[in-house]
Design a protein around this ligand. Sequence first.
Ligand code: ATP
Ligand code: MG
Length: 237
Amino acid sequence: MPKIITVAARKGGVGKTTLAYELAYLLDAPLVDLEFDDGSATRIWGYRHEARTRAPLLDAIERGTVPRVLKGHRKPDLVPCHPDFQLNQPDADSMATILETWAEQWGRDFVVVDTHGGGSPSGDGAIAAASHVIVPVPLRTKDLNATESMVREMPDFPLILAPSMVPRVPPAAEIQRIRNIIKDTPVTVARPIPYVRGIETRKKRIALTSEQPIPKAYTAFADALHALADSLKGENL
Ligand SMILES: Nc1ncnc2c1ncn2[C@@H]1O[C@H](COP(=O)(O)OP(=O)(O)OP(=O)(O)O)[C@@H](O)[C@H]1O
Ligand SMILES: [Mg+2]
């Protein structure tokens, strides 16, 4: 069975899309974009719904078909999102079933799903369908609080907390807090994903981990993403 990897969090702006984009590329997985706002993976990828008459995600859901995956060159293959998805998204159970069907039909080892920042019914469905839910967690009090509630409310979900935008010297107290959050739960913690200066103004559409040679400023970030992808492939989480 293909593995569905959903990237989700209780808070916005935590690094979900950045992580989902790179991870889908490294896993050679279709990226299903369920984020209907700007700043989505669809935009980074270079897909402009304004220039299209069809909306692959909406059309497939409406017709009960399997959407064609757009081929990415040095970036992930993509099922792009559309602004109308916000008001036309399925409920959680339907979305979960839809994703499972698509994953089976595509026949790839992995499918990666990016979700909307504020939470959404479709995002809840993607969480329900997931083999693993990756939760980026910046080591800031509010993000840690939100993550703590998420772990408390979903103790039986296959969550992987991924410390996000972590400074070169990780703050010891916050790292300890993550350990406390997962104590006595099956939730795991991924290797910290470093903060990368300049990533927010990067204009390139290609995955950062596809750059050859990889700029020195990106190597620690790329190493962490490779480690996460490898652990998902090897299941040695
Ligand atoms: N490792 C990182 N280092 C530095 N900046 C980062 C890192 N990861 C993401 N960012 C930046 O932080 C901002 C938010 O990242 P991103 O869009 O991936 O988060 P998100 O959780 O998907 O947000 P939203 O909730 O709006 O969907 C972006 O400007 C992005 O470039
Ligand atoms: Mg996002």
